[in-house]
Design a protein around this ligand. Structure first.
Ligand code: TNX
Length: 749
């Protein structure tokens, strides 16, 4: 009897999948069924695309296929109406046809020598058939061959969404158009558009011009979408079978609206559009004019957005202001409502009735769950999946978009090149493995789960390009969660490689974090030990293999395979990259090792003392001037540098930056330590072994206080101490703002 070692068996499986990849050409999301056929279809100069006479939507799908192939493969194919007589058997033809009996988004794709047929009943089905066919051709200029096969495909869930926050940072209309395109490539079909918040009102409402003349601008940022731009976006989305669901937040996240029209508010102080992040406390009041305002706004919104769903927020409505307002309390009594929580239910139900009357369905964050919620309301579960569970039990439809996994404001890896965002990692694989069946629901309740959505909150995502980076390729993983019946991680990684090439063909700034190389250094008596890794970790099978050179040449597919940590002498230069098969899929890591190597550690290499609200933040003057953003827990800015030899009384140098403390944290702010300053500007304290021990050194911040960018403080010597120590680095500062953060620390001889 032979026993196959599981690891070898796994490697063989992955290899088979990798070899298999061309057969399904790298379609993401994975189709429901693929049956290989004999032979292949060759695209040549005579290949034509045929659509049924007078079928504008079939033509839309065919034209999109042609456009995509033109961009990714430099192919030009003509589209024409199908001739009455069938094409000669030897002419290669791509035919779009209407078939009966297919599901709502279902399609069938038959590839035979000389003939490809895309069939579906619906417009969306034909469109998805076209998108899959596009992905059957490898994205290389010379590629012309598609292996024969039959694909029968339909989605698992109806709602496959991405939420884009255009309130915290405004994205250009051109970006939204492009986002709708790449959503469509992944068969994502809902763009939930977060248009209003404390930091900005981003949609033109003609009856209330101050919403955008005042509400769309904060001191350092602004912008809004005109109704014409919105209509263009909605029309473009319709062509790509993406439904745009607008979100108008109420009763909280309303500060920008209240800044524009103070009579809408529940407080008594005038407000500005907020320049802070966090949970704000200002709520709409419950006066009749306020409901009239909201209904007027929704009227214009409903004119712009044909979507049956209208999202009205409902999250994080802290009730302090309602409790304190005499006006709100008077209304509460008049309505016979017993408390502020019940008041929010009243608010939601009243707006819900208005939407129902206009043929729309209310969508809200899971805070809207309360007795009396209309049955047609949809609950978006964001605080984990408990809200989805509760909604389904109550008979309401629900969408799963829980943090932490489906929050795309989290970083994708611990690599230093991740842009600002939340510090916690939601890797591509985390998203891919998101478990929809985590809910203990019976079959009837499960039917209330409409689908999944990931949310791109943009407090820390300041540019269009960074939205792309945060979204791609995690949107591809989400698509497979929402669409596919099966999930196979190694196979997905293989299909990602051609997808990346398509992203490149369209100039998208996707994250290659899954393949990016992380290098961990350790100085030993023998030299410098270097441990390399990437997230793919499928080295045995050639998926995500790290290869390196030590002779300053560029690594290639035949360079030495990295298998275990390397001990290298000072003076060596290593270049390493990740390969899938023969293709390099990561940037080249280049490291020159010398006496100074490993002495400088940036905030990514250090540990945080705690991680309550961990963020990656950029100092002023960035992005152009600075390197990696700084990792900091804003609730406790404090770092640990482990195992430092203090025997020689080494020299210490640090780079620091003051960051604006612009967070609304309510009572929690009082818990943030500021320490005891010795000088007016404060200082960086260095403690050995315990943050509570007396400081062994303090570096005054005065030399850095005049600048809001990065500053290297004058070097100091640490007192000699026998042995190795964990250094605790934290700031004593006169006040919360600015919040000092550590960029790097270098401990020398
Ligand atoms: C909570 S998720 C919020 C947003 C923030 C997000 C990320 C949700 C419904 N509300 O307002 O942007 O956390 O910081």
């Amino acid at each position: 009897m032979t026993v196959t070692k599981p690891r070898a068996a796994y490697a063989a499986l992955v290899l088979i999948l990798a070899l298999h990849a061309p057969a399904h050409g790298g379609i993401i999301p994975l189709p429901a069924k693929i049956v290989p056929g004999d032979g292949s279809f060759e695209i040549d100069s005579a290949t034509a695309v045929k659509v049924p006479h007078g079928d504008a939507q079939a033509e839309n799908a065919a034209a999109y296929l042609v456009e995509l192939w033109q961009r990714s493969n430099a192919l030009m194919l003509p589209v024409s109406a199908a001739a009455a007589a069938p094409a000669a058997a030897t002419e290669s033809t791509i035919v779009f046809r209407r078939g009966q009996g297919f599901g709502l988004e279902e399609y069938r794709l038959e590839v035979r020598p000389h003939r490809i047929t895309v069939s579906a009943t619906t417009d969306a089905g034909l469109f998805y058939g076209a998108v899959s066919l596009w992905q059957l051709l490898p994205p290389e200029p010379g590629a012309r061959r598609i292996p024969a096969q039959t694909i029968v495909d339909a989605p698992r869930y109806a709602w496959r969404g991405l939420m884009l926050d255009s309130a915290r940072h405004f994205q250009s209309p051109a970006f939204i158009h492009s986002m709708i395109d790449w959503m469509a490539w992944h068969k994502l079909n809902v763009l939930h558009w977060h248009l209003t918040d404390d930091q900005g009102w981003r949609i033109q409402i003609k009856k209330y011009p101050r919403l955008t003349s005042i509400g769309a601008w904060r001191s350092d940022h602004g912008g809004f979408y005109t109704q014409d731009e919105v209509r263009d976006i909605v029309a473009h989305a319709a062509r790509r079978h993406v439904q745009v669901v607008p979100e108008i937040e109420m009763p909280g996240h309303a500060q920008a609206a209240i800044a524009a029209y103070p009579a809408l508010g529940s407080g008594d102080r005038p407000l500005k559009v907020s320049s802070n992040w966090g949970v704000h406390t200002h709520l709409f009041n419950l006066e009749p004019q306020t409901f009239r305002f909201l209904e007027d706004v929704l009227d214009e919104v409903m004119q712009m957005f044909p979507s049956r769903f209208v999202h009205v927020g409902g999250d994080e409505a802290v009730k302090d202001e309602w409790n304190a307002s005499a006006q709100v309390q008077a209304r509460t009594h008049e309505l016979g409502i017993k408390n502020a929580a019940a008041l929010q239910s009243y608010f939601t139900q009243r707006i819900g009735r208005y939407l129902t009357k206009h043929g729309r369905r209310l969508v809200g964050w899971d805070e809207i769950l309360s007795p009396g919620l209309p049955r047609d309301a949809v609950v978006m579960s964001w605080r984990g999946v408990a809200g989805a569970h509760e909604a389904a039990l109550a008979g309401n439809d629900t969408v799963l978009s829980p943090q932490p996994t489906l929050y795309f404001d989290r970083r994708q890896s611990t690599l230093a090149d991740e842009p600002p965002g939340r510090l916690e990692v939601a890797s591509l694989e985390d998203v891919y493995r998101f478990d929809l069946n985590d809910l203990t629901l019976n079959a009837a309740q499960r039917r209330h789960v409409l689908g999944v959505q990931a949310n791109i909150w943009t407090e820390h995502i300041a540019t269009d390009q960074r939205v792309e980076w945060m979204a791609l390729p995690r949107a591809a993983a989400l698509a497979e969660v929402g669409w596919s019946q099966q999930r196979r991680w190694p196979d997905f990684v293989a299909r990602l490689v051609p997808m990346f090439a398509r992203y490149r063909a369209f100039g998208l700034s996707y994250a290659d974090s899954i393949f990016g190389i992380d290098a961990e250094l350790e100085r030993t008596s023998a030299g410098i030990t270097l441990a390399l890794s990437n997230q793919a970790e499928l080295k045995d099978a050639g998926l995500g293999a790290i290869r390196y050179t030590l002779d300053r040449s560029e690594p290639t597919a035949s360079s030495t395979l990295y298998t275990a940590p390397l001990t290298l002498a000072s003076g060596t230069e290593i270049r390493a990259a990740t390969f899938v098969g023969a293709q390099q899929v990561s940037r080249t890591l280049q490291k020159h090792l010398d006496a100074g190597t490993g002495r400088l550690r940036d905030s990514h290499d250090l540990d945080l003392c705690s991680n309550r609200i961990g963020l990656l933040l950029e100092p002023a003057g960035a992005p152009a001037s600075a390197g990696a953003p700084l990792a900091v827990d804003i609730m406790n800015p404090c770092w640990i540098d482990r195992g430092i030899d203090l025997m020689s009384g080494p020299r210490i140098m640090v780079s620091v930056a003051p960051l604006p403390f612009n967070y609304e944290l309510g009572a929690d702010a009082a818990a943030i330590p500021v320490g005891n300053t010795r000088t007016p500007e404060g200082e960086l304290e260095i403690h050995a072994d315990s943050c509570d021990a007396p400081a062994i050194a303090t570096l005054p911040l005065a030399p850095a206080a005049a600048s809001n960018a990065l500053t290297t403080l004058p070097a100091q010597r640490l007192p000699p101490l026998p042995g190795r120590h964990d250094l605790c680095l934290r700031f004593a500062r006169p006040r919360l703002d600015p919040m000092w953060a550590l960029n790097w620390i270098e401990i020398g001889e």
